[in-house]
Design a protein around this ligand. Structure first.
Ligand code: CAA
Ligand code: FAD
Length: 379
């Protein structure tokens, strides 16, 4: 068992940390306040190769491993969770299903543009009446000659509106349940595809979350991903990996909050001594550090399993569950360490706390992760 990162993974972490410190962190609070997505940051990620970390060079990627991608999401989220999820949705949710299920023409066209960062990706599964219960989705795709005609609404879509390529799930057969769902690649600008409400959120406010509207939207048959009826399986397998991206996001948020709390506890004096010299505060920091290490081990293990081609669905659900819950506990405690100052926007810990909450909700709530893990450990 080897707990050491490779030289390549170490170098990538250093590169992403420099980029995050110099180009992402300085505007994180301002972008959060203004609910502003910054495309320039995505362009810079593309220049560094981050938009295509795990994909082969022939498809526009840099041919590194999943662990490197996970490290990148962790490092970005350490300073800005919105930027972390922009990359996670782009790589895990939009690019992965094309890499795994796309035909050669789809990989050469769509995956290449995503991997190089020429295009930004999004994944559209959720609907107003179908969040946890995916199968109850209403969006339909009717066959019409060489096309499918999409009708329906998707909600809560990360990168919605700013993304160029969308993986959209719709029912090709309304009478069948799981086997009636198919997956499509839909480009922004396609006639009949528009954007609705942009959500105003508690956290990850510089990551746009937007409704997608399909009104007689004609999609060429060539844009179907996988076979007809294979959509539910594609959606679930995509989430199997995607959930570890959210674990990495949670891990980064927790790490950022822990570092801020530790620095503050060493510097701030009350009763004539630093806060950290009180056992009550150092115990909080000790618990945070321990939970972060446990979350990191689970997250890296799931990435390692995926890199090895071994089953990783259960590991990924566990990492997301544990890291998300840990990030929530840790960020609440970080605010506590800062006292009243932590409750203000003068320090980043209130943002970390608001951002942490989403990691318990999206890519399957943590109740759904327990359901997935429960099924696997009892079958
Ligand atoms: N891989 C392959 N196949 C799978 C699978 C997986 N991970 N999970 C289920 N299946 C198969 C099952 O084997 C079963 O196949 P058979 O019919 O051949 O037996 C079939 O799919 C149906 O499975 P279930 O009976 O388990 O399906 P279900 O309707 O009970 O739903 C669920 C299962 C896990 C609750 C699922 O609906 C789910 O994951 N819900 C949560 C949705 C979610 O995570 N949404 C995230 C949206 S994206 C997002 O949020 C993005 C972001 O934040 C940035
Ligand atoms: P519901 O399914 O209505 O659940 C409500 C509550 O009931 C939750 O606590 C849930 O855990 C619980 N619950 C439901 N069923 C059960 C059960 N069987 N057992 C126990 N408890 C249960 N979706 C996308 O497709 N693409 C995206 O890019 C995307 N990005 C998102 C970004 C943000 C900021 C947000 C808020 C959401 C995003 N989502 C996205 C949607 C997200 O995946 C869903 O919100 C999530 O899956 C939960 O669905 P719901 O909101 O409909 O809650």
């Amino acid at each position: 068992m080897d707990f050491q990162l490779t030289d390549e993974q170490d170098m990538l972490r250093k590169m992403v940390r420099d980029f995050a410190t110099n180009d992402v962190e300085p505007t994180a609070a301002e972008r959060d306040e203004e609910e502003r997505f910054d495309r320039e940051i995505f362009h810079k990620m593309a220049e560094l190769g981050l938009t295509g970390i795990p994909w082969p060079e022939e498809y526009g990627g840099i041919g590194a491993d999943y662990m490197s991608y996970i490290i990148a999401v962790e490092e970005l989220s350490r300073v800005c969770a919105s930027t972390g999820v922009t990359l996670s949705a782009h790589v895990s949710l939009a690019s992965w299903p094309i890499y795994k299920y796309g035909n050669e023409a789809q990989k050469k066209s769509f995956l290449k543009r995503l991997a190089s960062g020429e295009a930004l990706g999004a994944y559209a599964l959720s609907e107003p009446g179908a969040g946890s219960d995916v199968v109850s989705m209403k969006t339909s795709a009717k066959e019409d000659g060489d096309h499918y005609i999409l009708n329906g609404n998707k909600v809560w879509i990360t990168n919605g509106g700013v993304a160029d390529i969308y993986i959209v799930f719709a029912k090709t057969n309304l009478d069948k349940r799981h086997k009636g769902i198919s997956a499509f690649i839909v480009e922004k600008g396609t006639s009949g595809f528009t954007f609705g409400k942009k959500e105003k959120k508690l956290g990850i406010r510089s990551s746009p979350t937007t409704e997608l509207i399909f009104e007689n939207c004609r999609i060429p048959k060539a844009n179907m991903l996988g076979d007809e009826g294979e959509g539910f399986k594609i959606a679930m397998m995509t989430l199997d990996g995607g959930r570890n991206g959210i674990a990495a996001q949670a891990l980064g948020i927790a790490q950022g909050a822990f570092e801020a709390a530790t620095a503050y506890a060493k510097e701030r004096e009350q009763f004539g001594k630093p806060l950290a010299s009180n056992q009550g505060i150092s115990f909080k920091l000790a618990d945070m550090a321990t939970e972060i290490e446990a979350a990191r081990l689970l997250t890296y293990q799931a990435a390692w399993l995926e890199s090895q081609g071994l089953p990783y669905g259960k590991a990924s659900a566990m990492s997301k569950l544990f890291a998300g819950d840990a990030a929530m506990r840790i960020t609440v405690e970080a605010v506590q360490v800062f006292g009243g100052y932590g409750y203000t926007k003068d320090y980043p810990v209130e943002r970390y706390m608001r951002d942490a909450k989403i990691t318990q909700i999206y890519e399957g709530t943590n109740e759904i992760q327990r359901l997935v893990i429960g099924k696997m450990v009892t079958k």
